[in-house]
Every structure is written in C-alpha cells, then in structure tokens.
Design a protein around this ligand. Structure first.
Ligand SMILES: Cc1cc2nc3c(=O)[nH]c(=O)nc-3n(C[C@H](O)[C@H](O)[C@H](O)COP(=O)(O)OP(=O)(O)OC[C@H]3O[C@@H](n4cnc5c(N)ncnc54)[C@H](O)[C@@H]3O)c2cc1C
Length: 423
C-alpha cells in the first residue's frame, strides 16, 4: 500500500511550510473536511505538530483570520478549538484519565483471553471488514488517521466488535503521532456514549459510502456488518462526570527569585522561546527522552521517533535563541535527570511549562518531590492562550465555543516587526 502521503513534519519550519501550503485551501475545509481520501488533501495533517506545539493554535488562528473572512474558516477554527476544549475539560477532571489508566493495565494483563485474542486480530488489521482492516494498517504504518476514520474505527471497535473501549483507546494512543491524553481518551469516550449522555457514534455503511474514497470500499468484504439496519448501539452504563475541580491559574512567566535557573523543554510545548518565557536568560536548557516511560506506555517506534525528533528541533531553536548550553538526556526518568543536571550545573531549580493531564502530568509529583529532596525548585508556567480558554471548558463544547468565539483574538498578539508571536 502507498502511504507516501503520510509524512509528518518534525520541525517547526516543516510544520509552518505544511500550514502555508494548506492555508489557501482552508476556506473549503468546512465543506470537504469529512471526506476520507488518499493523501487527506482536505485536512491539515498538522495534529502531531500541534500536539507538541511545534506550531501553536494561536498562530494558526491568527493566520486564518489574516487570509480569509471569518465565515469561511469558522469551522476550522472551531475544530482547532476542540483541542483546547478537550484539554481544559480533562484538566478539570483528571480522575477520568487516572481511572482509565488504572483499569487499562489489569484489562491488558488479565482480561478475558477470548476478548484479548479478538482485540489483537482487529488491531492487526485482521478483523474481517476490509475497509476497517485498512484503517488499522494505516494507523500502524503511518501513525495517522483522518478524524472521520477515527470515528468509524472506534465505533466499529466498540459497537460492532463489542470490545472494551479502553483497549481501543490504548491502541490509538500507542500508535498515533498526535496521541493526546485528552483528545484521544475523550474522543473514545464520546464514541462509546460515555461523554455526552444519550450520544454515541455508530459507523454506518451509508455514511462510509458517502464520505470514504470509493477505492477503499472496492473490497466489500465484511461491509454488510455495517449495513444501516444491522448496526446496533452497545449501551454502556452511564456514569455521571466527576465534579469540575477548581481551576488553579499559573503565570505565563514566573517571578524568579535571585539564582541560577534552567529551562526544561518537554514534548508538551516545543516552542517556549516563542512564549513569555522567550525573554528569560536560563543557565541551560534541558530536554529528556524518558525511555522507561515510553516503554511502559508501549509506544510504537514511529511515535517514539516523533517524540525524539521534534525535541531535537526544539534544542536547535533553543540554542540559537537563549545562547546557553543545551543538552539532552536519555535512558532514565525525568526526575532523575532534572535533579542530576541541576546538581552538575549548580542550579537552584527549573522553569517549565506545566504539563497537562496525561503521562507527563502524572510524573510531576515525582519530579517535584525528587527536586524538593535536593532543595531544588520548579516554577511551572502556562501559556496565556490556555489560561484564558481551558477553564471555560467546564461543560459542553457548544457552551465553551459560545464563550470563546467572541474573544478569539484574546491571547493572540501580532508584532508587525516579527510576525506572529504564539502565546
Ligand atoms: C477516537 C478519536 C481519537 C482521537 N485522538 C486524537 C489524539 O490522540 N490526538 C489528537 O490531536 N486528536 C485526536 N482526535 C481528534 C481528531 O481526529 C484529530 O485531531 C484530527 O484527525 C487530526 O488531523 P488533522 O491535523 O489533519 O486535523 P484537521 O482537520 O486539519 O484539524 C486541525 C487541528 O484541529 C484539531 N482538531 C481537529 N478535529 C479535532 C477533534 N475532533 N478533536 C480535537 N481536536 C481536533 C487538531 O489539533 C487538528 O490538528 C481523535 C478523534 C477521535 C474521534
């Protein structure tokens, strides 16, 4: 199969070039975005870069406004903001993530062998519905699936195969280059009917025939299992969402006491030099490739490479911008390296963007306590863009959208001499 279109930029420069190429077509996004076609020409394919903040939503929104009337690009802006919505929603309900991760492990290790065997077949692209098997292979081989294909495939897994949604979400998480704890976990929960009461997503043959490339449906093997009058929803018991945790604001730039501070750059934000942190003068910059964590999560090789390579790009840019020593550590956890490098460079501690809920977020407690036991500190920051939007994701998306729509330019700054400044 030809996956030659599945190339994803691992540098900021590459991501900006992809965006520049897509921007003129952004006006057609609203009407064409649901089509799943070879090369995925109707969508940006920028999600891995957006996930790691090689490019920021604020600069994408800003350039859309500069290139098109709002009405032509509203749908795309709305989709970009879906990401912020999911991030904010999960940030205020972290137990959804921790419960999912806690239940996943026993399910994988001690689940019903018949279920695990069937799950393995479906993941390997041997489920028996040709088009779904094709999507499984596309995910494994490219690390990407179109949004509509993600919905079809997750719906097929849950409602047709009747497999546990947690195993399917984990399969996506291990392979997607854009794997995001919020968009992925909540996307799966939404398809399963656990996110919005009374709403689940069913993959129907008529919908595939309307939106999927005919060539990908030419092999009709198993398609009758998706016939509109055959598909049946799997009703999962509804559980009320946990209450929203109060929002804890963070500064976009810390008030640093006198001392020697390093900047820790991680995969949740690869462009700190283009944030309020850009004005800092750190003693050093550190990136860490936490290989044990990546192994525990079972990430695919492509995903590991997509963590490693953008980090290398971040180091190159940071070296040019901050003009201080920049180093990379691997083969150990974040806490151990942050502590060791701080000791070696006689630092008082670190400044870093605060990771959102997810594996990196889970590591924060260990990092804080390891640093604390050495008398070191870490100052967490958050971009203004997130600080202004994420706390508004307390209930449904459309309420969130109404709140943020009128004030989309808030947190987006332009500097005529330098172009866009992503916040
Ligand atoms: C089951 C399921 C799992 C998903 N898992 C992830 C994930 O792990 N990581 C991830 O980034 N997205 C996830 N999504 C959302 C969406 O499918 C991808 O963001 C989108 O397909 C990425 O392709 P693109 O960059 O070409 O998107 P475009 O259509 O070009 O959209 C531009 C950007 O808007 C954002 N966006 C678009 N649609 C959505 C959406 N529905 N939800 C959240 N953000 C959106 C993304 O940042 C995307 O890059 C998931 C959706 C489903 C249904």
């Amino acid at each position: 199969m030809d996956w030659s279109d599945g190339v994803f930029p691992t540098t900021r420069e590459g991501a900006l070039a992809r965006w520049a190429e897509f921007l003129p077509r952004a006006g057609a996004y609203g009407s064409l975005r649901n089509r799943v076609e070879p090369g995925h020409p109707h969508v940006s394919r920028l999600s891995p870069a957006i996930r790691g903040r090689l490019v920021t939503t604020s600069e994408l929104v800003e350039s859309l406004f500069a290139a098109h009337p709002f009405g032509r690009v509203e749908k795309l802006v709305q989709e970009l903001l879906w990401r912020d919505y999911w991030k904010g929603w999960l940030e205020m309900r972290p137990s959804i993530w921790t419960t999912y991760r806690r239940e996943l492990d026993p399910l994988k290790r001690h689940g019903d062998p018949a279920i695990l065997e069937r799950a393995a077949e479906v993941m390997a692209g041997r489920g028996g519905i040709a088009v779904m098997d094709r999507f499984a292979r596309e995910l494994i081989e490219t690390g990407y699936l179109h949004n509509h294909a993600r919905m079809w495939w997750a719906g097929y897994w849950i409602h047709i195969e009747r497999l546990p949604w947690e195993l399917g979400a984990d399969f996506f998480y291990r392979h997607l280059l854009d794997a995001d704890p919020a968009s992925n976990t909540l996307g799966w929960r939404w398809v399963a009917g656990l996110q919005t009461r009374g709403k689940a997503y069913l993959p129907r043959r008529s919908n595939l025939e309307k939106y999927c490339a005919p060539a990908w449906l030419a092999d009709t093997t198993g398609l009758d299992r998706l016939d509109d009058d055959v598909v049946r929803i799997l009703e999962l018991p509804w559980q009320a969402h946990p209450p929203c945790q109060p929002w804890r604001p963070l500064p976009e730039r810390p008030e640093l006491p006198e001392g020697r501070w390093g900047l820790w750059i991680h995969g949740e934000d690869l462009t700190p030099e283009l944030s309020a942190l850009g004005g800092l003068h750190p003693e050093c910059v550190l990136t860490v490739l936490d290989e044990p964590l990546m192994r525990t999560l079972g990430l695919s090789e492509a995903r590991v490479a997509y963590i490693r390579d953008p980090l290398a790009d971040a180091r190159t840019r940071a070296a040019a911008h901050f003009g201080c020593p920049v180093e990379q550590r691997a083969q150990g956890g974040f806490a151990a390296h942050l502590t060791a490098v701080a000791r070696e460079r006689r630092l008082d501690g670190w400044i870093a963007m605060r990771p959102a809920v997810g594996p990196l977020g889970d590591a924060m407690e260990g990092i804080e306590s390891a640093l604390g036991s050495e008398g070191l500190r870490i100052h967490w920051c958050r971009r203004r863009w997130d600080e202004l939007r994420w706390p508004r994701a307390s209930s449904g998306f459309f309420g969130f959208w109404e709140k943020v729509r009128e004030r989309l330019s808030e947190g987006v700054r332009t500097d005529p001499s330098q172009g866009l400044l992503p916040l």
